[in-house]
Write a protein that binds this ligand. Sequence first.
Ligand SMILES: [Zn+2]
Length: 108
Amino acid sequence: MNNCPKCGKEIPDAVQACPICGYVPEEYKVTVQGRHSSAATAVAALREVCGYTADRAAQVLNAMPEVVYTTGALEEAVHMAQLLSDAGFDAALYVKDGQVCFQRDLKD
Ligand SMILES: [Zn+2]
């Protein structure tokens, strides 16, 4: 069960829309696809931005591209992607059908 982000009522995981208020949950996935900063800086950013442990952050660096954050809130997802981008990652944001809806590299 999850809580509907709009009305706060519990909704079953399998449903496509909240049966109470009609909210359609949309999942945004923030990914890191590469890095331009040092490994130490990248690990520090993953720990600070994503709340990862040092071990988990190191795993992500070795496994890129990796999804590092998932949220139903677009503004939150964009904010996370921007923070990671500022920390020297190629960060991208995907909606759940796999379409990119935010991408920014260091030149911007
Ligand atoms: Zn609802």
